[in-house]
Design a protein around this ligand. Structure first.
Ligand code: CMP
Length: 143
């Protein structure tokens, strides 16, 4: 076990449903701390760049269109095993497969519109955090 940082995105459907507070509450209740946060409307180029790993997948164009359809809430979560904890709290990518009590089971409409994104491992987390917050965009919790 170690203290990790991970990137979380509340996607346009989550923002539209006014779930920012509810979702942050779940992260904080699990002991995670928010060390950076930003509301933004992604450009096509930003969404394409962020999801470049999925460029060859059949859902890529729809994914970019969805992620640019409205504002997103991007944040960095920090805490013990933050990457795995965030993924547990989100639930499976497809809400139909997600466990009861997870964000996606409770709020996601489909595998395409699934409310939240979370980094899937340490390398991805570092890349994704740098993508949105650079090297010095985090705010250490001094108390
Ligand atoms: P996310 O965890 O952000 O990673 C890639 C996103 O692509 C995923 O959540 C969904 O929003 C979207 N997506 C759409 N269709 C699929 C699919 N068949 N498999 C995985 N992800 C999909």
């Amino acid at each position: 076990m170690s203290v990790e940082q991970t990137l979380s995105i509340i996607k346009p459907d989550g923002v539209e449903k006014n779930l920012i507070g509810e979702i942050c509450r779940r992260f904080e209740n699990a002991g995670l701390q928010i060390v950076a946060a930003r509301m933004m409307h992604l450009s096509k180029e930003q969404a394409e760049g962020f999801y470049e790993v999925h460029k060859e997948r059949p859902f890529y164009a729809d994914l970019v269109s969805y992620m640019t359809s409205g504002p997103v809430f991007v944040q960095v979560l920090e805490g013990e095993s933050a990457i795995g904890k965030n993924r547990e709290i989100m639930g499976a990518t497809n809400p139909a497969d997600a466990d009861a009590g997870t964000i996606r089971k409770d709020f996601a409409a489909s595998i395409e519109e699934n409310v939240v994104h979370g980094s899937d491992g340490p390398e991805t987390a570092a890349q994704e955090i740098a993508f949105f917050f650079g090297d010095d965009g985090l705010c250490p919790r001094t108390r």
